[in-house]
Structures are given as C-alpha cells and as structure tokens.
Design a protein around this ligand. Sequence first.
Ligand code: ATP
Ligand code: MG
Length: 436
Amino acid sequence: MSQTHQAAIQSVKGMPDILPAEAEFWELFEDTVRSWLKAYGYRPIRMPIVEPTPLFKRAIGEVTDIVEKEMYSFIDSLNGEPLTLRPEGTAGCVRAVIQHSLIAQQPQRLYYMGPMFRHERPQKGRYRQFHQVGVEALGCAGPDIDAEMILMGARLWADLGLEGIELQLNSLGQPDERARHRAELIAYFEAHAELLDEDGKRRLHTNPLRILDSKNPALQELCAAAPKLIDYLGEASLAHFEGVQRVLKDAGLPYTINPRLVRGLDYYNLTVFEWVTDRLGAQGTVCAGGRYDGLVGQLGGKPAPACGFAMGVERLIALIKDAGGEPAAPAPDVYLVHQGEAATRLAFRTAEGLRDQGIDVLLHCGGGSFKSQMKKADGSGAAFAVIIGDDEAATGEAQLKPLRDEGAGQRKLKVDDLAAAIVDQLIDANQADDEE
Ligand code: ATP
Ligand code: MG
C-alpha cells in the first residue's frame, strides 16, 4: 500500500492553540478566578457556544461593530435555522436566566468562562477565538452592586499580582436622557461633517455615540469638544452615579471619569466602566462592563435590573507574564520506571495503588532501556523515581530513588510500603523548604 504525503492542516487564522505550558498557566489563572468569585457569592453557569442569531441582533443591537461585521453566523444546513457562534456571553446568560425563570424568586450572581468568537483583524491581544470571564448580577438595582463589581476587579488584580490597571468610569444615563444628548450630538457632528471619517459618517445617523468611541486619532479633537452625555443626566441618574462613586471613595479606590467611555454594545445604561492598562499596547482594555437594566425586558423576560462585566483572558494572561508571574510547572510526585513483562504488570498495580493514596504518578510508557527511562524521570521534575525490574517483580518490591534530594539514597521497599515512605519524605522536604 503506497502512502502519499499530505500537506498538514493548520488552525484557523486568529484561533490559536493553547499548548500545555500555556494551558497550565491558564488553569492556575482559572483557579485564582474561581476562588475570587466564590468569595463574592457568584455561582457558575454554562451556556451553549451556539445561539440563535436573532438573540445577538436583539441584545447587542443591529448597528454595533459586533453585529455589523464581527459575527460568525451560519445557517444550520439541516433545518435552516440562523445560528451564531457567541461573540460575548451576556446575551446567552440573560436568555438562559429568562428561559429557566432563575430570577423569579431572588437575584442571581452568576459567572461563566469560555471561548467567544469575533471576526476581527487578528493582532496582539485581539483574536478571532478569544476567552472571557463574564460576571453578571441579575435582579439587582444598585448602585451598591455596580460598586461591588468594581471593587471585585481591584481585588482580582491584587490576587493576580497585577499593577497599573486603571479604572475609568462613566454614566450613560437612561434612554430618554441619551435621546436628548443624541440629537445634540448629531447636530454637532453634522456641523463638522467634513472632519468625520467614513465610519463616522456611517454612524452619524445610526449610532452617533459610537463615534466618540472611535480609535481614529484624527477624530480625537473633534470628539473631545462634543456635547457630553453627563450634562444631560437627570437627578436620579446623577444620584445613582454618585452612589457608585461614594463606595469607591470609601474604599480608597482611585478612578477617572471618562465622558467618552460609551462601550461598544447598545444594551448599557447608567454605570459603565473599563479597566485599562498601558502595558499591552493598543489592546489595553482588560475588563469592561456596566449596568444593562433594559436587556431582560428586551429579550422577552419580565423587566429586571442587571449589571455585569467581562474580562479578556488572553490580555490578562499577557499582563501576568509581563509582570514576571511564572507558575511552577506542575511535576508528578513519582515517575515510574519498569522493564520486563512481570515488572510492567506490577508497575500498573503500583501506580494505581499510589494514586489511591493521593500521589501523582507518571507511568513510563513506550518501553526503552532503564537508562533512557531514568533520563525521562529526571526531566519530568518528579520528586521520586520508582523502579521495578524483573528482580523486584519477583519479590513484590520496588526501588525508591529520590531525584531532587542529593543526600538521600536509593532503597528497596515492598510496593505496599511505598506510599507511606513517599508521603513521609514529601512532608520532610516541605518542612525543610518552610524553614529556609
Ligand atoms: P475592543 O474595544 O478592544 O474591541 P470591546 O469593547 O469590543 O473591546 P467587550 O465586548 O467589552 O470588548 O469585551 C470585553 C473584553 O473582552 C475586552 O475588554 C477585551 O479584554 C476582551 N476582548 C474583546 N474582544 C477581544 C478579541 N477579539 N480578542 C481578545 N480579547 C478581546
Ligand atoms: Mg471590539
């Protein structure tokens, strides 16, 4: 039979693999994130990655970057249903909460982590498959919950050992306030239409607020002098905004009010915030969120207030690495070396027995000489090699060889006594570490 050599298939552009050394880093990050969320009473929810396309059109808004040009949408070829790979998690989370009547009895504090999909131009910190941790509080009117969500962010940056992430804050008011501002804003930009770029002209009558969010340097001056939404807020909106700020001041958390912070999604009202760093180049926003009181009603639920935020995992991991955070690669406790048929059978029994006692074992697979297996044992970072050859197999014994403790010698033990000896020595080693 002849075999032709085929070209290897590559991953989709902008959708990188996360290889083991990197994925181990991610797992440590996720551990920190989970215990942080637990400390604030948040519970996990897992939504599907694919949702009906109309969900995103209705939740995010037709005239947003995401819905206009970033969604991976397709028609289910079996039943003709329009579907989309989720570009963010809030819409699906709110859909699930409505579908399962989760907030009928009491407010819900929920979180999720996972991949999101947006058809953007890939670059550092911007991918087509990327990951978010999303945190949502549904049924809470705030401003206490808004403020707590912001304090949460500050605590996570500390937990992750991150510095230099700054808080920007704004209030978008309520829809009627936004409508009055919008009319003034359109008039202002129309009067300066010759200065707008193509995106700006297109957005002028669809979503003029988004012009303020433009990254085009040529528009910065024009936007800086534009009518400010905050000047259109009524008493209740201002009181809410002040309520949030009071908690932040009490906690001694510094922030900047950024009148141009409008967020890319349509569903926000009142509080909006972003956590921004200058250490990642252009892609500096690591976390963004705010209040979205209209969304539950807009998606067909009984209207309920809500607030949430989402973090970009890739950007946070890049920051942790930039700060020199390098998690220790997890090594097994034992690397199990074996040769010969009887030895291999005993090795399997020994490995399972050790694991029963909570000891992590990497069982050598693929044969090879003792010498080459011992090389792998050294390279694995394991604390011990357990070695079983024909002699040991005949007597139900094994050699226990410490790999990291120079002074300790190799000794022969009954396999049933291995676990106790390993645990004793691991405890001794830990105590010695603590005394250093
Ligand atoms: P940007 O202005 O950078 O496009 P956005 O407003 O579209 O961000 P959100 O929808 O608020 O982003 O998503 C929350 C967070 O998710 C962002 O602050 C960012 O950290 C991360 N994020 C968004 N899009 C991407 C992407 N394509 N690749 C990597 N991370 C992303
Ligand atoms: Mg975007």
